[in-house]
Write a protein that binds this ligand. Structure first.
Ligand SMILES: [Fe+2]
Ligand SMILES: [Fe+2]
Length: 135
């Protein structure tokens, strides 16, 4: 069973970003499967690094749209993105140096890391963009 399932409750009503969130969910689910199936550290490390790259790309895309349309909460949202990236970089460094192994706790952390940000902060920009006709 997937660790996270995308559902309408996670929709931010901006199609591109819903699609990018689905991709992030897929990557976290892939990492969870790799852990459960006992895949090598190399395989898991590779998924973590792709998750981080895609996260950075996605955050930049959101921030570019904030600038383009003058989203009022952009600064706060950007800070949150920075904190979120730092947390995964920290996991990546500890994983790559062998200090930690992936665990259910870390996977649950990543699940909440993504889900809470979408539900609280990303959904807030959804209504702003929808009001100005961006969907
Ligand atoms: Fe997002
Ligand atoms: Fe965001």
């Amino acid at each position: 069973m997937a660790l996270i399932e995308w559902s309408e409750s996670l929709s931010v009503n901006v199609t591109t970003f819903d699609n990018e969130h689905k991709k992030l969910i897929d990557m976290i689910n892939d990492l969870n499967d790799a852990m459960r199936e006992g895949k090598s550290n190399h395989v898991m490390g590779d998924i973590i690094s792709r998750l981080l790259d895609y996260t950075r790309m996605h955050f930049r895309a959101e921030e570019q749209l904030f600038s383009k349309y003058g989203y009022p909460d952009a600064e706060l949202h950007k800070k949150e993105h920075e904190e979120l990236v730092k947390k995964v970089v920290d996991i990546q460094e500890r994983f790559n140096s062998g200090q930690i192994a992936l665990s259910i706790e870390i996977m649950n952390f990543l699940r909440d890391w993504l889900r809470n940000h979408i539900k609280k902060s990303d959904k807030a920009y959804g209504s702003f963009f929808n009001e100005i006709g961006v969907t």
